[in-house]
Ligand binder design. Structure first.
Ligand SMILES: [Zn+2]
Length: 319
């Protein structure tokens, strides 16, 4: 039997690891919070510790793994294993040879890839998009990320393809966390939604969003806080999420007009939480903008959940 692979999903709040066998079965997993201070080396140490925990659970030595894949934010260079500009990680504005450092620590080969792209590949090989050969993954969370599979193969462009969150849905529109204006993420990303909710709240618009945030001891408007507010009929929350869904439909339709993919997989924290609930308005908005409207792509919610990123990262050794 082929030896198992390791996968690490490096997120801004948590590090999720998994040991995965050749058939995609998860043999062990572990999760640790991402350090909020220090630098890349501190983050790498936590990643290695979390991977060791998963390996122990699976009953394998890290050195015996076929390899370990890492799904990383920022600019992850698959060829060099260097990760740069991971701005939501502590002290990671510059570049850091993550693959080399982890390989030395864990005793096997390490490859890095873009976090959203590897999660898309996981859905393609093992999740909601198994029967398709071309798809767009849309990861609706803190930001809005995208991944592409075309003709059965990952499409990375020159390394930065799939940035659907920064497609312009409104020229001169809302300010995006990337510093530009009118991007999809400026309307749909969780971070941008929070900024807008806070602005309107301070202007005197009524909302329970921030009360719910405090009640549930969160330091930000999590997808769970948004869901509770909407369940209570909070008008401001409804209005902002409705607009986010409209903008997602618009952006996705534009991407489909360009690429004509067979399927769109919606994942991410907000995507998994709201995907089914908002599937109808999302597809309705998308259909308005589709140029060829007699055969729209299948739109599905990602099915691998929290482990998708780590499983996808392990697939960097199955390409
Ligand atoms: Zn942007």
């Amino acid at each position: 039997m082929a030896t198992p692979r390791g996968g690490i999903d490096l997120g801004g709040t948590k590090i999720q690891t998994a040991i995965v066998d050749a058939g995609g079965k998860v043999l062990g997993e572990s999760r640790r919070p991402t350090p909020t201070r220090g630098g890349p080396q501190d983050v790498a140490n936590e990643m290695a510790a979390a991977l060791r925990e998963a390996a122990e659970q699976a009953g394998v030595e890290t050195g015996d793994l076929t390899g370990i894949g890492v799904g990383s934010p920022g600019d992850a260079d698959e060829k060099t294993g260097v990760v740069a500009n991971a701005r939501n990680l502590p002290g990671w504005e510059g570049s850091f040879p993550l693959a080399d450092v982890l390989a030395k620590d864990l005793g096997t080969e390490v490859r890095v890839g873009n976090d959203v792209q590897v999660a898309t590949e996981a859905e393609f090989h093992l999740g909601a998009a198994r029967e398709f050969s071309s798809l767009l993954g849309v990861f609706w969370g803190t930001g809005v990320g995208g991944g592409l599979i075309l003709n059965g193969k990952p499409w990375l462009g020159r390394g930065a393809a799939g940035e659907i969150g920064h497609m312009v849905v409104k020229r001169g529109g809302a300010k995006c966390p990337c510093g530009r204006k009118g991007c999809l993420e400026a309307y749909a990303g969780r971070a941008a939604l929070e900024v807008e909710a806070r602005r309107q709240h301070e202007e005197g618009h009524k909302t329970d969003l921030f009360k719910l945030m405090e009640k549930h001891e969160k330091d930000r408007l999590t997808s769970g806080v948004w869901e509770r507010a909407i369940d209570h009929g909070d008008r401001l929350a409804e209005k902002l999420i409705d607009r986010a869904v409209e903008m997602l439909g618009t952006g996705i339709a534009s991407a489909v007009n360009l690429l004509d993919v067979e399927a769109v997989i919606v994942g991410g924290g907000l995507g998994v939480r709201f995907g089914d609930r908002y599937m109808e308005p999302l597809t309705k908005e998308m259909h308005k903008h589709l140029f060829v409207d007699e055969r729209p792509p299948a739109v599905r919610v990602a099915s691998l959940g929290d482990l998708g990123g780590a499983i996808g990262a392990s697939l960097l050794f199955a390409r």
